[in-house]
Design a protein around this ligand. Structure first.
Ligand code: NDP
Ligand SMILES: O=C1O[C@H](COP(=O)(O)O)[C@@H](O)[C@H](O)[C@H]1O
Length: 531
């Protein structure tokens, strides 16, 4: 079977950096409209370039529909897909290429916020094709033999299905003989539901793919502002020298979602917000804030520093879970003026469910840099509005010489807005201009909005960056096995503590900032959430 509309292995264009394993800073565009960046490369490097086949298993599923195809189209629109890249959708439903292509278009129309450009769509749709495989049936993978040619094209196998199928896919691909050392696999989070199941999945995958071939994705690591943490922290002496317990009082990370369960009750109810969001996205953000400077931007250096942070997380156990954690579940409420159902009224809901849709934690990191600096993390569904941000609160000054103007000098705050309205701002106190007898102070903001500063009409989401890096073979922004397992060790302890103390979730109204208990979590330490 030939892939729809794709010429077999046309003129190689580039991919100079297949193995450099560094975060790519410059966008590289394909040669159709730009000079070939490899034009002056030694012949041996040109020879090492191979075009890529991206194979998406679960191509009709939610992740593919809402995230993957949108991201791939946006890469196409930005001329960031190689001219010879092909995209093969695999799922278990009857479709031909035309029906699948129409399905992708319909999803773009529904989920892409921008206009679909005809010329871009023509280029993009020419890359698409579809194959029906029941992923539990080994022999059906043999169909891939007619499509994939591992010796001339690199296969990037994206597992956009439930982890229960990962083992099947690995065996199926092996059985079909379509893998070689250059093949890659991209694995979605959460990997398992605890340390044990995560190890089982990793072990099964390791029988077929070496660790270097495995790309464990966490789409938050592709988000512009998360990556900007590296720049902010390690390219600016003003922050580098003020980033520890001497100057920082505490740190808040909020990942508030407006969405509810979105038809994913069966998955979500078995998972909960702690495993769905905190075990991966929030802990990854935390490691980027807390890690020591890596030696360089190589995958190994960054991963090593992140693991050290995860190892230093103080365990939360049954003895302290009560004062350090809050679980919540939303009840019916209002969002943007419309009534929305409670968690237990969602489609397919189990009315007795005690799964949490909100979690807030006080996290302590037992190392030299962060001694005595709490990190407060919270994430929830159906909250007031979508807001993901990091707020770094600097310490109060030891003495106030402006008593008349400000009884208590407010803390300086550095806010990193991850989404929406990506940017960074710093709250500082300024003198109000004037010749009054007394100096008047006012809170002001040094405000850097990415869209205004960099004149970008739209900023890529996490998936664009990461799918591209997976196709380029750069593992820097993907997670190592050790990192994920370490994160599970810490999260399992919280889950065990909740089970042990029979901790039931506190109710919060949809459209609010979470249960009142989460306010108390900070109030206990004389602090308050950034609202
Ligand atoms: N959805 C999201 O926003 C996110 C999802 N993820 C992860 O991505 C992965 C996929 O999630 P999601 O897209 O939500 O899941 P879905 O269930 O929506 O999609 C999975 C797709 O795989 C198909 N499928 C299931 N069994 C087989 C089979 N035996 N053979 C062939 N195809 C099969 C399903 O078909 P059918 O419909 O017939 O079952 C469906 O089209 C999961 O690991 C999830 O944790 C990670 C981050 C976000
Ligand atoms: O991984 C997941 O992330 C989404 C939130 O992603 P965002 O980029 O929109 O912030 C979340 O809704 C979903 O439950 C979870 O599986």
């Amino acid at each position: 079977m030939a892939l729809n509309g794709c010429k077999p292995n046309p003129q190689p264009t580039k991919l100079c950096d297949n193995n450099s394993h560094k975060i790519s800073v410059l966008p590289r565009r394909y040669a159709a409209s730009h000079p070939n960046p490899c034009a002056n490369m030694p012949l041996k490097d040109k020879k090492s370039y191979k075009p890529c086949d991206l194979i998406i298993y679960g191509a009709l599923g939610d992740l593919s529909r809402r995230k993957l195809f949108i991201s791939l189209y946006r890469l196409e629109n930005a001329n960031l897909l190689e001219a010879d890249t092909r995209i093969l959708g695999v799922d278990r439903h009857d479709n031909d290429n035309a029906v699948f292509t129409a399905f992708v278009l319909k999803n773009l129309q529904e989920f892409l916020n921008d206009k679909i450009e005809n010329s871009v769509w023509q280029r993009f749709s020419a890359r698409l094709s579809y194959l029906k495989i029941d992923l539990t049936q080994q022999d059906q993978y043999l169909q891939l033999k007619a499509v994939l040619t591992p010796h001339t094209r690199v296969a990037v196998n994206y597992f956009a299905v439930s982890p229960v199928l990962f083992k099947n896919i690995c065996h199926g691909l092996q059985h079909a003989g379509v893998l070689n050392q250059e093949s890659r696999m991209v694995m979605e989070k959460p990997i398992g539901h605890d340390l044990q199941s995560c190890k089982e999945i990793n072990d099964a995958v390791a029988k077929v793919f070496s660790e270097a071939q495995v790309f464990r994705i966490d789409h938050y690591l592709g988000k512009e502002t998360v990556l900007n943490l590296l720049a902010l922290r390690f390219a600016n002496s003003i922050f580098t020298t003020n980033w520890d317990h001497n100057t920082i009082d505490h740190i808040q990370v909020t990942v508030a979602e407006e969405v509810g369960i979105e038809g994913r009750f069966e998955y979500f109810d078995k998972t909960g917000q702690l495993r769905d969001m905190l075990q991966n996205h929030l802990l990854q953000i935390l490691t980027f804030i807390a890690m020591e400077p890596p030696v360089n931007l190589e995958a190994k250096s960054i991963r090593n520093e992140k693991i050290k942070v995860l190892e230093a997380l103080r365990p939360i156990t049954a003895s302290n879970a009560d004062e350090k954690t809050v679980r919540g579940q939303y009840s019916a409420g209002f969002l943007k003026g419309s009534a929305v159902p409670g968690y237990l009224e969602e489609d397919g809901a189990d009315v007795d469910s005690s799964t949490e849709s909100f979690v807030a934690l006080r996290v302590d990191i037992d190392n030299w840099r962060w001694a005595g600096v709490p990190f407060y993390l919270r994430t929830g569904k159906r909250m007031t509005h979508k807001r993901t941000e990091i707020v770094i609160y600097f310490k109060q000054l030891p003495h106030n010489i402006f008593g008349d103007s400000f009884r208590e000098l407010p803390q300086n705050k550095l806010t990193i807005h991850l989404q929406p309205n990506e940017g960074v701002d710093v709250q500082i106190l300024n003198k109000v201009p004037g010749i009054d007898e007394h100096i008047k102070l006012q809170k002001t903001k040094l405000d850097l909005s990415f869209s205004e500063t960099f004149k970008k009409s739209s900023i890529f989401g996490g998936y664009e960056k990461l799918v591209l890096e997976a196709m380029r073979g750069n593992p820097t922004l993907f997670l190592s096995r050790e990192e994920i397992e370490q994160a599970w060790i810490w999260v399992d302890s919280i889950q065990d503590a909740w089970q042990h103390t029979n901790e039931t979730p506190k109710q919060y109204q949809a459209g609010s900032w979470g249960p009142v208990a989460s306010v108390a979590l900070l109030a206990r330490d004389n602090r308050a959430w950034e609202e």
